[in-house]
Write a new protein. Structure first.
Length: 254
């Protein structure tokens, strides 16, 4: 067992996971149909990835799951219950947490303040439990411990991504939505982040992963979906998609 898994396995993050689904989901931005009749299942205990070209609707799907984009038609289901109309903060309270594309940290707040904000939905938690989980985040992301008093805008891209991921973990997610976590990062940082995602998943957190790096995404995932122009065109086990000639040609370099 890795040190990361030992840290996380002691945490209150390790709770029964939930099934998150979209059922015949459609989303429009004015005249543009971003998603069309999309049905996707984020199965409990798995890493599920969504791959596709820019503009295919991948991030829109995660933002719909998180409650940041309104549904035009169809449903978002959490363990079979329709949560399509619930605001984002209530979904966080139910265990659905997004680490967004572009990190979206508060640039003029410190690392410690950004992480603490991640626990805003835990109003019933005592200060000791929040402090305990902050310590676990600093143990998981060692570099952040040294930068806890630094402003977020002073961090490197890799450090900012770790801070954004740590902030999401502070919400005690049952389903963690990761939108383009490796975007713009150096290869060595990408490798570290991939290891951390595996360890978070191994601790009992269900993960939905949107990634431009399709090979990495499929190597991490159990199940995958391929999006084109707002629709699911392929789905199956991640291994079957890795071995699919059409996926190779379009997304894995031929």
């Amino acid at each position: 067992m890795s040190a990361t898994i030992r840290i996380l396995s002691k945490s209150i993050w390790e709770r029964p996971t939930l099934r998150l689904e979209s059922s015949h989901l459609s989303v429009r931005y004015g005249a543009v149909e971003a998603l069309r009749e999309v049905s996707v299942t984020i199965a409990p205990g798995q890493i599920t990835t969504v791959i596709g070209a820019n503009g295919a609707g991948k991030s829109t799907l995660l933002n719909c799951f998180a409650g940041l984009v309104p549904v035009t038609s169809g449903q978002i289901l959490l363990d079979g219950c329709d949560i399509s109309a619930l605001p984002a903060e209530e979904r966080v309270g139910l265990g659905v947490t997004l680490s967004p594309e572009g990190r979206r940290l508060f640039p003029d707040m410190t690392v410690h303040e950004n992480l603490t904000i991640g626990a805003y939905a835990r109003r019933r938690s005592n200060k000791k439990s929040v402090a305990r989980d902050l310590d676990r985040i600093y143990a998981l992301f060692g570099g952040l411990a040294r930068r806890r008093s630094s402003l977020a805008r002073m961090l490197s891209g890799g450090e900012q991504q770790m801070c954004a991921l740590g902030r999401a973990l502070m919400a005690e997610p049952k389903v963690l939505l990761l939108d383009e976590p490796t975007l713009g990062l150096a290869p060595v940082v990408v490798n570290d982040l991939a290891r951390i995602i595996r360890d978070i998943h191994a601790s009992g957190v269900t993960v939905a992963l949107v990634e431009q790096n399709s090979r990495l995404a499929l190597s991490l995932a159990d199940t995958g979906y391929v999006f084109e122009t707002g629709q699911v065109v392929l789905s199956g086990s991640a291994q079957s998609l890795l071995e699919n000639p059409a996926v190779h040609e379009a997304y894995l370099g031929g």
